[in-house]
Design a protein around this ligand. Structure first.
Ligand code: DLL
Length: 433
């Protein structure tokens, strides 16, 4: 088992909590002094920095939401002067203004450290040749992984997303051992590999570190079998730092969240109430070492649960369960909550079905209609109509039993669903249009 920093990653729980409390208090003093929006919010509920004296006191503090970042667009939540900010990223807002995040020199160093830690946890080392196919630019994926890979001392290929044939050529010629990209792009890379007549056994790929979007365990199996690698889940979000907030270890039973830099909580997304360890709910994260953009109790909208029990890898940091959906990715169809990852899981258990799908939601009169478009393999598609009908019926039946509602299944031609180079779009909801 290798660690990037054994002392920090395997710290006894008591020490983690002491460190967290000290850092939390510092952060609360700082935001109260330097970020008017936090001061106003805390004054409104009558909380002073001195009122935070234990980790349990965290729940006295107000939440921060994406809306707070938008209301303070672009730099209003920064706690340092702009002369201290050395990098700005932004997350692609699908609606309205994007959210903007800033980093001080120390924040960039911390982030690189976290990413070096994450890459090591997934088995990368100085010897690795890391092809980084997360997009470079305002998105945190590309540069976040890049700085971590350099800190680790690996050889990093900054290939960014896209230009898929060239990516495969680079993999072959440079002997890439670690691939970093979204899980949906990993599958697309495989598809193009097949078209080019390149087999994974011609490559030196050992592992993939995939994140930035939800992916089911079945999707993991699919990617591992196709690319003949070990696939690790990496989690993060721009508002907190970017990739590297949490990463799987070789045990792959949850993602260790870097508790020396963040405090995680689970809340009931409806009431905002903090839930006991082990409950499922919305993940809320506070940063405790960030300088430029400290964030208290950020409501991620991601659904997960936390487990502080020991892990066989020796790391002591809390494990968050793989995020299978966001509360805002969830579509409610006739009152039933459906996550794309639930559909994905069902589909990938059925032979002949490809891991490419799209949920199209519409409304006829007052009735919600869910159509699931599913790509089938070349071989299945050229089968006789009766076989296709049978397959459609099987998928329908399985979906209905897993989701509890009926869905219209449309089998579509191989490669007809749009491929993504970054985060895949899994849902088209026409109801609001
Ligand atoms: O996606 C940061 C990142 C880059 C993470 C590369 C991992 C790898 P944002 O663009 O701000 O940042 O999007 C953050 O993406 O709240 C989740 O909903 C989703 N997400 C990120 N990682 C995972 C994951 C980056 N491993 C949002 N599983 C988050 C599921 C994920 N969802």
């Amino acid at each position: 088992m290798s660690y990037w920093d054994r002392e920090k990653e395997c710290m006894p729980r008591e020490d983690i909590e002491k460190l967290q409390l000290r850092r939390l208090k510092e952060t609360v003093y700082r935001v109260y002094a330097f970020v008017p929006s936090y001061k106003e919010k805390m004054d409104r509920i009558g909380i002073k920095p001195d009122d935070i004296n234990s980790l349990e006191d965290l729940n006295k503090l107000p939440f921060t939401t994406k809306q707070d970042l938008r209301d303070n667009y672009p730099f209003g939540l920064f706690a340092v002067p702009m002369s201290e900010v050395i990098r700005i990223h932004s997350s692609s807002g699908t609606t309205g203004k994007p959210t903007v995040v800033g980093y001080s020199k120390r924040d960039i160093d911390t982030w690189a450290e976290l990413m070096a830690r994450a890459l090591t946890s997934a088995g990368a080392s100085r010897q690795s040749i890391i092809q980084n196919s997360y997009g470079y630019g305002l998105f945190t994926g590309g540069l976040g992984v890049h700085y971590g890979a350099e800190k680790l001392g690996a050889s990093v290929i900054p290939s960014s997303g896209g230009n898929t044939k060239r990516q495969i050529m680079l993999m072959q010629d440079f002997g890439t051992t670690v691939l970093t990209c979204t899980p949906s792009y990993a599958l697309f890379l495989y598809e193009v590999m097949e078209e080019m007549g390149v087999s994974p056994s011609d490559l030196k790929l050992e592992c993939g570190i995939f994140g930035a979007e939800p992916w089911s365990e079945n999707m993991r199996r699919e990617i591992e079998n196709k690319l003949q690698i070990n696939a690790f889940d990496i989690y993060g979000l721009s508002e907190i730092v970017g990739p590297g907030v949490a990463i799987e270890c070789p045990v792959r039973n949850g993602l260790h969240l870097a508790e020396d830099h963040f405090i995680a909580e689970i809340i009931d997304p409806e009431t905002g109430e903090t839930l006991p360890e082990g409950s499922s709910g919305e993940l809320v994260i506070s940063t405790i070492t960030k300088e430029a953009l400290p964030i208290l109790r950020y409501r991620t909208r991601d659904l997960s649960k936390l487990d502080k029990s020991g892990c066989d890898c020796g790391r002591t940091h809390v494990r968050m369960q793989k995020v299978l959906g966001r509360s805002d990715d969830m579509v409610i169809i006739r009152g039933v909550n459906v996550f794309p990852s639930m559909v994905e899981s069902v589909l990938l258990d059925i032979p002949g079905v490809e891991p490419h799908y799209l949920l199209v939601v519409d409304r006829k009169g007052t009735l919600d209609i869910l159509e699931v478009r599913v790509e089938v393999s070349e071989q299945v598609f050229s089968d006789e109509v009766r076989k296709l009908e049978e397959l459609g019926a099987t998928i329908s039946k399985e979906l209905e039993s897993a989701l509890g509602i009926s869905a219209k299944v449309r089998l579509v031609e191989p490669k007809s669903i749009e491929r993504s180079e970054g985060k895949a779009q899994r849902v088209i909801d026409r109801r609001s249009i």
